[in-house]
Every structure is written in C-alpha cells, then in structure tokens.
Design a protein around this ligand. Structure first.
Ligand SMILES: C[S@@+](CC[C@H](N)C(=O)[O-])C[C@H]1O[C@@H](n2cnc3c(N)ncnc32)[C@H](O)[C@@H]1O
Length: 261
C-alpha cells in the first residue's frame, strides 16, 4: 500500500477524530483563543466572509449571527464538511484544501482562519490564495500555535507533565543539555487529551513574518493572548500557566499597499 501523503494523514486524523477533538478542545479554545480571535475580527456586518479550516462550522455560524452578508466555510476533511453542512444547512461549505483556494479574485471582504495554518509546512500557497480571494481593502484574521509553545521539550508520564525551553551547562565537564528547539522549523505529531493525534508544523516568529511579507501581506495587529478573567475560577491551573506562557499567537493582516500610492 502506498504511504499516505501528509495531507491525507491530516484529513484522516480529523475525519476519524473530529468528534473527539471537539469534545477535548477545552480551555485553550473557549477561555483563550476564541475570545482573542473574535476580539481581532473587524465588524462583519454586511461583509462577505471566508472561514478557512472551518471544522464543524461553528465559527461560520457565529460570524453569520454577527451580521455577515455571506459566509463560506472550507475544510480539508470531508467528515468535518459533512458535519458542518448537517449542523448549519443554511450556510455554504466546501471540501477544499487551503493551499488551493478556488474562488474568484476579490470574492471576500474578510478571511478568518482559526488554528489551521500550522497544518501546512509553507504558508505561501495558502496566504497568496487568501490575498487573491480578498478585496483590496479587506482583512485577514488568523490564529496559530505560538512558536514558544511548540519549541519547548514536552514530556509526560503518569506522575508529571513538563514543558521546558532552554539549556543547562555542566560547568565542570562543559556538557550541554538542550531542552526544546526554537529556531528549526519542523513537523510535530502530538496527542491531545491522551486521545486525538494531530500532525502539524512548528514555525518561528520571524518565519511567520517572512511568510506574510512574501505573500504581500502586512501585519496590522498581533496578540499573544492570556486567558480571559473567568478562567481564574473555571480552570485555575490553566489560568496560572497560560497567564505567563503563551499557547497561541494571532494576527490581523491586510494586503500590503504600494509605498508610492
Ligand atoms: C484545529 S482544527 C480548527 C477547526 C476550527 N477552525 C476551530 O477552531 O474550531 C483545524 C482544522 O483545519 C483543517 N485543515 C487542516 N489542513 C487543512 C488544509 N490543508 N486545508 C483546509 N483545512 C485544513 C482540519 O481538517 C481541521 O478542521
């Protein structure tokens, strides 16, 4: 049997574990990433919005409820798109790879992508596809893994869980011990909630900025969100850790304007 392509692996992971993933998303989403990404979203009233990596379609429904004129969701996973269509039959969904965005130029005023970009190693095809599908005065809002979160060494056993980024030098022998690796871009496979396995790519902050520049996009806002205040009572352990160490990073981007205009 032929080995599966990286895309087929990701689609199969979400096809087979979409339900599990939805159940275990937890605090990182509800108490941190979702409040932050909706906080960065421009006013969608009367706008045409594309959601890239839309999962089960909840974000499309929320954006539609905020008053968007037309919302379209795309996702690589056929299972996720089936579920999105069944959850929200009045909205438009397509099975589509974000590296091959197939809409007419300037079809959307806002493009929204929550926690999907890190599934492809290079962001160039996705970002240029987004830019081409965007109106010249449009905006793109994205969230992705924070580079510090996935550059750390992660270890877990029955007793403890640790994430460490840094190094230790034994002064007598000069022996160096390294914990994690920030600068090298690389694939990572991780198990979430002990149940759902996902494969994605680590990218440094300057790597992200280069991807935006190369795709003709300018960063107009960026946040490294801490949890919302309610997290302190709803999930104190999560609040304590994530008030100091970032999990996600978010950007608002616009097409780069020619400096002479
Ligand atoms: C972490 S989930 C996020 C889903 C949703 N945006 C949310 O936050 O609830 C990532 C989503 O990206 C989708 N995805 C991964 N690679 C993709 C690709 N190349 N093109 C389109 N969607 C992709 C997955 O199928 C999955 O639904």
């Amino acid at each position: 049997m032929e080995p599966k392509s990286e895309k087929a692996v990701v689609a199969a992971q979400y096809d087979s574990a979409g339900e599990t993933w939805h159940r275990i998303r937890g605090s990182g989403h509800e108490l941190l990433e979702k409040p932050a990404i909706y906080g960065l979203l421009p006013n969608v009233e009367g706008k045409r919005v594309l959601c890239v990596g839309c999962g089960f379609g909840e974000e499309c429904a929320r954006i539609s409820a905020l008053g968007a004129a037309h919302v379209v969701g795309i996702d690589l996973s056929p299972g996720n798109i089936r579920q999105a269509k069944s959850n929200f039959p009045n909205l438009e969904f397509h099975e589509m790879d974000m590296e091959h965005i197939a809409f007419k130029p300037e079809s959307f005023d806002i493009i929204f992508s929550s926690l999907a970009l890190h599934y492809v190693p290079s962001w160039n095809a996705t970002l240029t596809g987004m830019r081409d599908a965007l109106a010249p005065d449009g905006a793109i809002v994205i969230s992705t893994h924070h580079p510090a979160a996935w550059s750390a060494l992660k270890e877990e056993d029955n007793a403890k869980k640790r994430q460490i980024l840094g190094f230790e030098v034994d002064k007598a022998s000069g022996k160096v011990s390294l914990f994690g690796d920030y600068l090298h871009e690389r694939p990572i496979t991780a198990k979430f909630g002990g149940a759902f396995e996902a494969s994605f790519y680590h990218k440094s902050f300057s790597g992200m900025l280069k991807e935006f520049r190369d795709a003709g996009l300018t960063v107009v806002d960026c946040t490294e969100p801490a949890p919302v205040a309610e997290a302190q009572t709803l999930d104190p352990q999560f609040w304590e850790i994530r008030s100091r160490f970032p999990l996600f990073i978010l950007f608002r981007l616009e097409p780069t304007r020619d400096a002479q205009n």
